[in-house]
Design a protein around this ligand. Structure first.
Ligand code: NDP
Length: 404
């Protein structure tokens, strides 16, 4: 028996609520809270229709610690699952500390006024959570999340030492729109317009953003999806993996982008629509990227007509028993199947399912700890088993392909 509070009723919140409701013997009391109450209520109606389970809903502005404390004290959860936006991470962690509640999220904190995301803000809470005997689990989506677990699993079960990791994230889906983002447009565009970094021999190496002509990219032949252009990108899980995978010499992250996506984004950037500072418009101050978000399709709304698959995984090179080896661990997720099951597209699905699994392992006591943790610090085996059971089966194969 456990009580959980899910904060955020967007694409990912919808999946987390439904996957938790599918396991109502574990998640016996589910409350969904978000800024816009009617979005929570709409999900609750579908949960009741699909699974016959009642979930509670409540309005909260998670930017305000005092409001959060009131909601948490009212709901009395043992765990808060934060699937709102990265801007709310610190206020929700503060409220969890005040109310002696465990915490889980899927994306690291970003200050709203600078597109610079790093774990330092949240790692700084380690001692506070530890002193209170509480656990905060960071980055428990797919990437970060499952990709970190794949690396931890490889370190534990497949290799004596891992020299290089390449994380490859492919969305080979088609949503039918000329331009749309698969998760929150503001967070997505801030991420992909940044200077790119990867890690080699103890240092971060910078390369041009994906919109520059001299950015780094190559064609990777993805299982089930085929060859796709994959771009070097900075992604947050690298920051924790360089700490936790012993002996690592290099880690890189690659993501597929289509030509039309890159072209649209170049134009939007060139005309200033991706700016995150305030500009004066007819007597109002507006942030162009937030205005653009209002114009773009809601990522959740893409789900109904989405076809194709996501293929996300890690290629690891290292040694086992004195022999060099290369392994590829990956998952394939189908957009249409995700829609059939929980009325979502695969990007929300691949984030929401791991968040539910992490929550399950925490409330069951399989994953316990005091302080702030990244997922690769916990035992990967029960998580890997659960991925196979709850909708994200994975493969591990010898890797024969080529990487740059
Ligand atoms: P959406 O924009 O679809 O949903 C975000 C939700 O958070 C909305 O319901 C929104 O409410 C709510 N919210 C925003 N601000 C507040 C606030 N101040 N108080 C309360 N609720 C608020 O985003 P997604 O569902 O696509 O993404 C959710 C999270 O998952 C993000 O942090 C994203 O970065 C992360 N993510 C992680 C991935 C991974 O693999 N690790 C992959 C994809 C996403 P409202 O409707 O009022 O705007």
């Amino acid at each position: 028996m456990s009580r959980v509070l899910i904060i955020g009723a967007g694409g990912v919140g919808n999946v987390v609520a439904k996957k938790c409701a599918q396991l109502s013997e574990i998640f016996t009391h589910i409350t969904l809270a978000s800024r816009t109450l009617h979005k929570c209520d709409a999900i609750a109606v579908e949960v009741k229709e699909n699974y016959g389970v009642d979930i509670n809903t409540i309005q909260v502005d998670a930017d305000h610690v005092s409001e959060l404390i009131w909601v948490i004290e009212h709901v009395k959860p043992e765990l808060v699952i934060n699937v709102a936006l990265p801007y709310q991470d610190l206020s929700i962690m503060e409220a969890c500390l005040e109310t002696n509640t465990n915490y889980l999220d899927t994306a690291n904190y970003e200050p709203p006024d600078s597109a610079h995301f790093e774990y330092s803000h949240q790692w700084a809470y380690h001692e506070k959570f530890k002193e209170k005997g509480l656990m905060a689990l960071l980055g428990c989506g797919f990437d970060p999340g499952v990709t970190n677990i794949f690396c931890a699993y490889a370190q534990k079960n497949l290799f004596d030492s891992i020299e290089t990791i390449d994380i490859l994230d492919c969305n080979a889906g088609d949503h039918g729109h000329p331009f749309a983002t698969n998760f929150n447009p503001e967070i997505n565009i801030r991420e992909v317009t940044q200077v790119v970094r990867h890690w080699r021999n103890g240092d971060w190496v910078e390369t041009p953003p994906i919109l520059e002509d001299d950015c780094v990219h190559f064609t990777f032949d993805y299982p089930e999806a085929g060859p796709k252009e994959s771009y070097l990108l900075y992604h947050e899980e690298m920051e924790s993996l360089v700490r936790h995978i012993k002996g690592l010499k290099q880690i890189r992250f690659w993501m597929t982008f289509s030509e039309p996506y890159i072209t649209h984004l170049k134009v939007l950037e060139n005309v200033g629509m991706t700016r995150i500072d305030e500009v004066e418009y007819e007597g109002h101050k507006i942030v162009p990227l937030r205005f653009l978000k209002a114009l773009l399709p809601d990522p959740g709304s893409l789900a109904a007509n989405y076809t194709g698959k996501t293929v996300i995984g890690c290629v690891l090179r290292g040694e086992k028993g004195g022999e060099k080896q290369q392994k590829y661990i990956y998952n394939v997720c189908d957009h249409h199947e995700a829609f059939t099951e929980v009325q979502s597209q695969a990007v929300s699905y691949t984030t929401g399912v791991p968040a539910m699994i992490g929550a399950m392992l925490m409330v069951r006591g399989d994953w316990m700890g005091e302080g702030v943790f990244n997922v690769e610090q916990l035992d990967p085996d029960p998580f890997m088993d659960a991925l196979n059971i709850y909708g994200l089966p994975w493969q591990v194969v010898d890797f024969q392909g080529k990487l740059p």
